[in-house]
Write a protein of this length. Sequence first.
Length: 64
Amino acid sequence: MNTYVIPRDNEEVILGRTYKKHNYSTEPDLKEATAIVQRCLSTHSDLLPQDQTNLTIKRNGISF
């Protein structure tokens, strides 16, 4: 599964990538969102500063 990390100028990052054939739901899948965060943290541990124990999720998005 491809996963991407896109840094933004405001020090936020966009994490993502999931694909399911024939899934046209516009509702976020929180289980998938958690898996995306875990994949990103496993390869980019610097996303979570040492003085923090949790990431702040500002929003979940869906695109086709």
